[in-house]
Write a protein that binds this ligand. Structure first.
Ligand code: 0L1
Ligand code: MG
Length: 265
């Protein structure tokens, strides 16, 4: 394939994903209908998907990590983390319900969010650098919505699909990172008042800040980094929970506070 053909096919794959999201119509996994492609190509498709949203007026608000816990990797049958991008259009405010009517097959999962106080980039960044560049930590809920029918995909598919990004909510309590050992941060997750998950921060690649450091190093490989003011959600502590109108998800984090999301039509 020539460089021009490859670029056209990246654009074509991205257009299918944008169309699926816009029309709320799931599609078959790209690797089944278009043939296999690698994770490198998948990130190019992801970039094209995000660029299309920016073209429509969205602003990149930060990044998300995915598949950072053994529970999520098992659930999705993959063996490595991934990242995607958050836009301002995905942001939910405290008390704002999730409009399920705009989504295909929404799921929610509890995460720890980092608000960056300064730019951070480079191939040697560690968890310590991440914590030093963090203004505040928040309890967060990641709203996922796979554009693939049956939530069925390979790692390149879900990378191309911008890590199933659909929404994110930060809780109302901001905590300075100094003095909090995020490995030991306990989590209790409830759906409609029933316990559906428990975990500790160490479920996220050993330490949520280490997960963000992995992201920064991965971005460095593509000549990119994080910017001051961006939010990073570091990856789920538990499996994702399917949600429908009428459901309420509450994530209680030790020290970091509680975040609650009501789902409506
Ligand atoms: O946030 C995530 O873990 C993204 C991974 C995508 C797989 C999923 O949709 O659960
Ligand atoms: Mg997530």
């Amino acid at each position: 394939m020539t460089g021009t053909d490859a670029a056209a096919s990246v654009r074509e794959l991205a257009a299918r994903l944008v169309d699926a999201e816009t029309k709320r119509t799931p599609i078959a996994a790209l690797t089944t209908t278009c043939g296999p492609f690698g994770v490198g190509t998948a990130y190019e498709v992801q970039d094209a998907v995000v660029a299309a949203r920016v073209q429509d007026g969205a602003v990149v608000a930060g990044a998300k990590l995915g598949l950072t816990s053994a529970a999520k990797q098992r659930q999705m049958h993959v063996d490595q983390p991934l990242y995607g991008w958050l836009t301002d259009h995905m942001a939910l405010d405290v008390g704002q319900p999730l409009d399920c009517g705009r989504l295909i097959q929404p799921r929610c999962e509890p995460e720890i969010a980092f608000l960056m106080s300064r730019d951070l980039a480079g191939p040697q960044v560690t968890a310590a650098h991440v914590l030093a560049a963090t203004a505040a930590l928040y309890p967060a809920i990641d709203v996922l919505d796979s554009r693939f029918a049956g939530y069925s995909f390979t790692l390149p598919d879900v990378v191309a699909d911008n890590a199933s990004a659909a929404g994110f909510l930060l809780g109302g309590q901001a905590t300075e990172p100094g003095g909090v050992d995020l490995r030991l941060t306990g989590l209790v997750l409830e759906k409609n008042g029933e316990l559906v998950g428990t975990a500790a921060g160490a479920a996220v690649l050993g330490h949520p800040a280490a997960a963000v450091a992995w992201l920064v190093r991965a971005l460095a490989g593509r000549g990119r980094g994080l910017a001051a003011g961006q939010v990073v959600i570091a990856g789920a502590l538990t499996e994702a929970v399917p949600v429908a109108p009428g459901d309420t998800i509450v994530a209680h984090f030790d020290r970091l506070g509680t975040v609650e999301l009501a789902c409506r039509d």
